[in-house]
Design a binder for this molecule. Structure first.
Ligand code: NDP
Ligand code: OXD
Length: 307
């Protein structure tokens, strides 16, 4: 049996899973469930202790790309497979999100909004895409497509990953020793990394200081990867040119936090790339079938690597 636990649209998810897996029993929170029959769980932000209910649990399917909130949970036994979404429609949304931040910055739309408030008709100098060096941190299912999309649009794009990658039109670097030099050549930084022991605190005050004056920072990975206070100091002092943040260490970002008042920071409530139910249910169904058949499963999380 597949047990589905989602924060909203439960009926829609259940219908999609039942259609995609007609030969498997699918149940949700509202159903009477024999916990001993549950072998699979598909979930997003499930309550603590949920997995402990199911003594025959074999695999958990995360209905998102990041699994940081699931890893390390005491109720997720080491022998249970953890499988995440790979793209499933999120990469295109992320490319839109990053492109929006880039265009606002590059084409000076904030300045024009301020000029409109003042009734001012005044063309401003702007950089061509070919002059804005973009670095994408994380070249996985999502970051790789973001980098590829931006390169096709004419930005000089560099990408950074843990292991070597090759993407057409993208200068690919890898490993921690390559990062500092790369930041020094970055006008716009887009962070699309998983939250792991290695990426937490990655972009700290020192590394923000390596970015050229006036740089833009976009973080859509996880809030833990960026020193928010150092970013705000950089924006307040005018050393950094702008920022667009979708993720925060504490979500929702607390009311009254100084970040809300920084005029060059644009905040979105963790919506850069939303899980799309239809392609996600299809992907989970395919992964579940592969898992049961003993075939390689796309999106299988390496519990040691933590992504
Ligand atoms: P993937 O696992 O497909 O890719 C992760 C990328 O990060 C890989 O290129 C990987 O390197 C790289 N990476 C991991 N650790 C390091 C490290 N220590 N140093 C350098 N590079 C590293 O993940 P996705 O692309 O699917 O998703 C990335 C993240 O985006 C998610 O984990 C989640 O946190 C975030 N996300 C945010 C959303 C939002 O709405 N804000 C929506 C969806 C995802 P390598 O290629 O060598 O493995
Ligand atoms: C994800 C997210 O990881 O939405 O999928 O943050």
């Amino acid at each position: 049996m597949l047990y589905v636990h989602v924060p909203d649209q439960a009926e829609r998810w259940l219908a999609l899973f039942r259609a995609a897996l007609p030969d498997i029993a699918v149940a949700g929170e509202a159903d009477a469930v024999d916990d001993g029959q549950v072998e699979f769980v598909a979930c997003w932000r499930p309550p603590e202790g949920l997995f402990a209910r199911f003594p025959r649990l074999r695999a958990v399917f995360a209905l998102g790309a990041g699994v940081d909130r699931l890893l390390g949970r005491p109720d997720l036994a080491p022998g249970v497979a953890l499988i995440r979404l790979t793209d499933a429609g999120m990469a295109r949304q992320m490319a839109e999100y990053v492109l929006h931040g880039l265009l606002r910055f590059q084409r000076r739309f904030d300045d024009y909004a301020r000029q409109q408030q003042a009734g001012l008709w005044q063309p401003l100098p702007q950089r061509d895409a070919s002059e804005l060096r973009v670095t994408v941190l994380g070249l996985g299912a999502i970051g790789g497509q973001v980098a590829r999309t931006l390169a096709l649009l004419g930005y000089p794009v560099a990408g950074w990953s843990r292991s070597p990658r090759e993407i057409d039109g993208v200068r690919c670097l890898h490993g921690s020793e390559a990062l500092d030099g790369l930041l020094a050549e970055t006008d716009a930084l887009a962070m699309i990394l998983p939250n792991t022991a290695e990426t937490r605190g990655l972009i700290d005050a020192r590394r923000l200081g390596l970015l050229p004056a006036g740089a833009l920072v976009i973080n859509a990975g996880r809030g833990e990867q960026l020193d928010l206070e150092a970013l705000l100091d950089g924006l307040d002092g005018g050393r950094l040119g702008g920022a667009q943040l979708d993720v925060f260490e504490t979500e929702p970002l607390p009311a009254g936090h100084r970040a809300w008042r920084q005029p060059h920071l644009h905040i979105t409530p963790h919506v850069a790339a939303m899980t799309l139910p239809a392609p996600s249910a299809q992907q989970v169904a395919a992964a579940l079938r592969a898992f049961v058949a003993g075939r390689p499963v796309a999106g299988m999380v390496d519990r040691v690597r933590a992504y």
